[in-house]
Design a protein around this ligand. Structure first.
Ligand code: ADP
Ligand code: MG
Length: 424
């Protein structure tokens, strides 16, 4: 089902961090990090956020949303120092996954390294004691996933009375993951006087409803629509029989000598299996998915980031927000049935100005999903015709008519295909 996506409405302003009037300790941290120019969402959002306005930010991943909210938050806390009160943070950032929470925590650490502020990261799947200890000692900023946050709130470890700034990050993904009730519960606990920010790649109706509840007279900032993935990503598709996909994977990885390779698998089980099969062909790979413990996920990510393992196999949810600079190739081993996942997946490459490649493996059953993706991104993904396991390219007309017959649903399209076969 197509969702409303954000459209680009303004030209990109060119400016500098200095022109954004950020405090000197923050500027210094940015210079150390070698950031020279704010990204479009940063340039547009930061001035309004420094004025205390609420914000609705419509932007896909990789656009620099974290600094867009973290920098003005740090500035606000630095400008109005307060004694830390146990269990009462001044800033609350809600994000869907533990990986994202950890990355946002690191960003606060990096950008705020010359300030005397404290933050902590709260998520499930690990023991709660270090988290409750941090809360008791007092922190300025809490970055959290919804489940554990509410759990700790119920136990009395966190109190939202002192929250001055609230950020809802990746709101659409949060809803996709079923967190809507939790998000509403958190919003209901926030004090009325606060600054609120909502970021989302898409703005379907349920997000608009949450936005209405959360935001007061928000500034709306929109950048690079999710429907047009970064132009720097060279996208291709290999048409292949399902049974040849593993061998095609090993072949593709061998052909691709430079840089890290991120492989997407639809299921956790599939991810584990691929790691094993790649191992049998002499390629070391690691898997990252929701069934792995937090420490196993972190270990895999670190090994990958440092290039000790060149191939990481991930499921969508685990990969959300993976921000590893050296990923030069994203392989869609399975075609996602939600076209927007494709955009998110390939967005893991070509981060921060680098070039990247994306290759999708499409078996005949998956062609309707590929068509949905092509419709969303408004391009026909170029076909690699001459790989070792190539099968005849699809006949576009028959494929298209089948899709319209099937009214867009994959299971229905399977059925209509069976019917047609029966007639033949
Ligand atoms: P998003 O939340 O939109 O997915 P992030 O905030 O994670 O994006 O930023 C994506 C990447 O871009 C990160 O590696 C970050 O360090 C980098 N980045 C962000 N802002 C800048 C900037 N102004 N200059 C250079 N790199 C930046
Ligand atoms: Mg982000």
């Amino acid at each position: 089902m197509a969702r409303p996506v954000c459209t680009q409405t303004h030209m990109t302003p060119t400016t500098t961090f200095a022109a954004l009037k950020l405090a000197e300790p923050i500027q210094r941290a940015l210079a150390d990090k070698k950031y020279t120019t704010p990204s479009p969402i940063q340039a547009r959002a930061i001035p309004h956020l420094l004025e205390g306005r609420d914000l609705m930010g419509c932007a896909q991943t990789g656009t620099g949303k974290t600094a867009a909210f973290a920098l003005p938050i740090l500035q606000r806390l630095a400008d109005r120092p307060k004694t830390r009160v146990p269990h009462k943070p001044r800033v609350l950032v809600l994000t869907p996954t533990r990986e994202l929470a950890a990355q946002i925590g690191e960003s606060f650490e990096t950008y705020g390294k010359n300030l005397r502020l404290r933050h902590t990261v709260i998520f499930g799947g690990v023991g709660q004691t270090p988290q409750t200890r941090a809360l008791r000692n007092g922190v300025d900023i809490v970055v959290a996933t919804p489940g554990r946050l509410l759990d700790l709130a119920r136990q009395g470890y966190i109190d939202f009375d002192a929250v001055e700034v609230f950020v809802l990050d990746e709101a659409d993904r949060m809803l996709d993951m079923g967190f809507a009730p939790d998000v509403k519960r958190v919003i209901a606990k926030l004090p009325p006087k606060r600054q609120s920010l909502l970021f989302s790649a898409t703005m379907p109706r349920p997000i608009m409803e949450i936005a209405d509840r959360l935001l007061r007279d928000p500034v709306k900032v929109e950048v690079a629509p999710v429907a047009s993935p970064a132009e720097r990503i060279a996208q291709h598709v290999c048409h292949v029989d399902r049974r040849d996909k593993t061998r095609l994977l090993a072949h593709t990885i061998n052909e691709h000598r430079d840089g890290l390779v991120l492989v997407f698998s639809r299921t956790k089980h599939g991810a584990n299996k691929l790691v094993k099969q790649l191992g049998q062909t002499g390629t070391r790979a690691e898997a990252i998915h929701g069934n792995k413990s937090q420490s196993a996920r972190e270990r895999a990510l670190t090994q990958f980031r440092e290039g000790r393992v060149r191939v990481l196999v991930a499921t969508d949810i685990a990969a959300r927000g993976i921000d590893v600079k050296g990923i030069s190739l994203v392989i869609n081993y399975d075609i996602p049935n939600e076209p927007e996942s494709y955009v998110h997946r390939i967005g893991r490459t070509a981060r921060a100005g680098a070039d990247g490649k994306a290759i999708a493996f499409c078996d005949p059953e998956e062609r309707p999903w590929l068509r949905d993706i092509e419709r969303l991104i408004r391009i026909d993904v170029p076909i690699i015709p001459d790989h070792p396991f190539a099968i005849a390219r699809p006949e576009p007309d028959r494929d298209r008519s089948r899709r319209f017959e099937a009214a867009g649903s994959h299971s229905q399209s399977n059925r209509s295909r069976r019917v047609r076969r029966g007639r033949r």
